[in-house]
Design a protein around this ligand. Structure first.
Ligand code: OVM
Length: 400
């Protein structure tokens, strides 16, 4: 037997306000401490280096998701809602829901939305700039407005109650953190209301006959899913599909506003909008980290994750690991960001990533056509979330 090293311990709280406000020093400390780190604060483990994050995410046979991808271990504690059939499931149960959604949200299926979303983005930007250059908060007016304009319609939701979507998603992402954390406690207060509305929208009779929601129910009719699974698969669209794209677009706009020359470079080469979005997802990592749970003793680095123990897998730290990326802290439109783990990696890699890219591409293309300069006019303000890296406010000037 080879000796197994005890992993280095770090006394840091990844869910504390100061760490969420500026997680980069914590991520560097995690990467530098070792391949596998112990976080005694939560009696858990962490990986933060690119190679180890990638390897761990790829090894779904050793690291399960069905015990939950938040701090709560579903084998010991009750989850706050019925587990997701995608995020919080493993093969073979994961396979059918994943295959169904991959078809509904795949590049081929999205082709029918492209022209509509481009026109929608043009109208949004046209209205905003109707009187010439403007100073606005880019979070509500762009990052939230565009996804909320196109995605609920694409799912087939009714008009009423859409204001529940963002707080529901924000809470779901907070709930991957500790349940006694102030963000979770604050969110709990109105969650019955939000979750009640979301649950209702997943029912067939409340979904438009055309859209991603109807497509899920049609898959159940074909026998690709059970009818009992359909509402929970629709729920995944509503949970994972709104805040993520809002904060991804927010990250992109922020990156372009603060990186000298980036807006001009992109206006000169608008075909780089997709690279720009992926680079923003790498740079900011809107989803910072998820847990996995070891199904047996699994070696990582020169340590071991014991069976049944959770590991916090830091996508954000991997995405800025200097062991993998040249000049990782630079938002760089000339780099190839592919291989980033901002959408995860392996069998759970974001099934909605093509939707996210199409939303970002539609909005950014419309902006590039009419806005000559994008600049911050004040200090941006962070929105804190236990899992998301997000902006609350991005004051900008859009020069027509
Ligand atoms: C889900 C889901 C999937 C990905 C992320 C997520 C709240 C949720 O299937 O409900 O975050």
């Amino acid at each position: 037997m080879t000796a197994v090293a005890t992993p280095p311990e770090l006394d840091l709280d990844p869910f504390a306000d100061d760490v969420l406000r500026d997680p980069l020093p914590a991520h560097a400390a995690l990467r530098d401490a070792g391949a596998l780190v112990r976080l005694p604060r939560y009696d858990t483990f962490a990986v933060a280096r690119y190679a180890d994050v990638r390897a761990l995410l790829s090894d779904w046979q050793s690291f399960e998701s069905a015990a939950g991808v938040g701090l709560t271990n579903f084998r010991r504690e009750t989850p706050w809602r019925p587990p997701s059939l995608l995020l919080e499931a493993d093969p073979p149960a994961h396979d059918a829901p994943r295959t169904v959604l991959a078809g509904i949200l795949g590049p081929r299926a999205l082709r029918r939305l492209r022209a509509d979303w481009a026109a929608d983005a043009d109208r949004l930007v046209e209205d905003l700039l109707a009187g010439g250059s403007v100073e606005v908060d880019a979070v509500p007016t762009l990052a939230e407005a565009f996804p909320l304009r196109v995605f609920p319609d694409a799912v087939g939701l009714g008009r009423e109650g859409r204001e529940h979507l963002l707080p529901y998603g924000d809470h779901a992402f907070n709930a991957f953190g500790p349940t006694d954390n102030p963000r979770v406690l604050a969110g709990n207060e109105r969650m019955a209301e939000h979750a009640g509305w979301v649950g209702q929208q997943c029912l067939r009779e409340n979904l438009s006959p055309v859209g991603f929601g109807a497509d899920v129910w049609a898959a159940a009719d074909r026998g690709d899913l059970t009818h009992a699974q359909a509402p929970l698969v629709v729920r995944s669209l509503l949970t994972a599909g709104v805040d993520t794209t809002v904060h991804g677009i927010g990250a992109l706009l922020h990156a372009l506003a603060v990186t000298p020359g980036a807006w001009e470079a992109l206006r000169a080469r608008p075909e780089l909008v997709r690279v720009a979005f992926d680079e923003a997802v790498r740079w900011e990592s809107p989803v910072q980290a998820f847990f996995r749970t070891a199904v047996r003793d699994v070696p990582v680095g020169d340590g071991v994750v014991p069976a049944g123990e959770k590991v916090l897998v830091f996508f954000a730290a991997a995405n800025r690991d200097p062991r993998h990326w040249a000049d990782p802290d630079r938002f760089d439109l000339t780099r190839d960001p592919s291989g980033h783990v901002g959408f995860g990696m392996g069998i759970h890699q974001c099934v909605g990533q093509h939707v996210a890219r199409l939303e970002a591409e539609s909005l950014l293309t419309a902006l590039l056509a009419r806005v000559t300069r994008l600049k911050l006019t004040g200090a941006p303000v962070r929105h804190l979330n236990n899992t998301l890296r997000a902006w609350e406010s991005l004051p900008v000037r859009l020069t027509a």
